[in-house]
Write a protein that binds this ligand. Sequence first.
Ligand code: ATP
Ligand code: MG
Length: 433
Amino acid sequence: MKYQRPKGTTDIIPGESEKWQSVEERARKLFNKYRYNEIRTPIFESFEVFSRTSGETSDIVTKEMYDFFDKGERHITLRPEGTAGVVRAYVENKLYGPEIQKPFKTFYMGPMFRYERPQAGRLREFHQIGVEAFGVDNPALDVEVMSMAVELLRSFGLKNLKLAINTLGDVESRTNYRNALVAYLEPFESQLSADSKERLHKNPLRVLDSKDLNDQKIVADAPDILDYLTPDAQEHFDKVKMLLDTLEIPYEIDSNMVRGLDYYNHTIFEIMSDSKAFGGKWTTVCAGGRYNGLVEQLGGPETPGIGFGLGVERLLLVLDAEGIKLNNDNGLDVYVVGIGDKTLSGTMKLVHAIRKAGLSAERDYLERKPKGQFKNASRLNAKYTLTVGEEELAAGKANLKEMSSGQEVAVSLSEIQTNFAKVIQNFNSTKGE
Ligand code: ATP
Ligand code: MG
């Protein structure tokens, strides 16, 4: 084949795109209930927006950035994640202003780009649905954000979900923990993977997130962040747990979880699925946490924030594997059948009137014989056919037929033109009489 899509990308074609629309629509409705409004930020940003925030030792910054210099020598990157761009927009548009409601709640959906080794559920262009909430440090907001993610996933009928939570504490907790972790890891230094060796002194928490099996063995006995929390950090975490209990949302504490981005503190969480889509291995579909220093890092005032990002491709893989059908296609309402050459404009007017009345309509474009048109109508699963020949057109009538029952009735063209929905209503109330 001459032209192929770039490695790690997909074409979302009709048949698939309906599933995407259905997921997005459900998310929009849910976010609306929680009063999150949409934000749309650029797909590309200054490289620094991500390099300053994701962490210089993170996988994203060290290996996965799609960055380039544009014709004006600006260092640009295709966004690898949603949060940093939203924070940049929050600061740039002064959404922290006194007249703006706190928390400032927003959501986004769109493509993200990471140079990864493509495999199931891991692409170079993938899509996230995410939320961010700024300006409030209250644990109630942490739990609102988590509950929203859980509710969204559950609303599809997914059951085998695990909410894993952890806390990274505040700056002081983290410094204390960091020292303990380095002291623990140093004796293993020579056994660590190259990445982890590099990170041991630059950013030791990162070692906990290593995908290297031997690193994971070493890390299994590492000290526990939960033993290093300051009283404030402990209190925040306790309240989060208490509020999750209040909402009866089950969770597990995973004190080795650190997340792939450096900007998190306090609450972090992942929602995982052990679906056969991922060979039964627990895989993260949605991940998020609190990032209280991020707004300041990008030049804004000290402002707490929290959010999550959900991988749409991974969600769709799970839904497929669990046999959950997403179908918001209501099917074809009416197929207009024209008999004879002289019905071209008559049928054109009919499909137009039906569509104007808010129903879907289709017609023949291939000059098929009536039999071929009826066959096509049933292939398209039309609920009704509306048939006209030259004589009917001259008499101002058409034949309306319900495909499932085979019942038919003559209807007037002028009624169709003025209110086709009413025509269907009348048909339904008189049929079977
Ligand atoms: P992983 O450890 O799997 O690489 P991550 O920590 O890099 O994940 P996040 O940055 O937290 O992932 O992204 C949140 C979610 O976005 C993930 O849970 C996943 O569902 C999705 N996601 C991340 N990277 C990809 C990708 N390359 N392809 C498809 N989905 C992805
Ligand atoms: Mg990753």
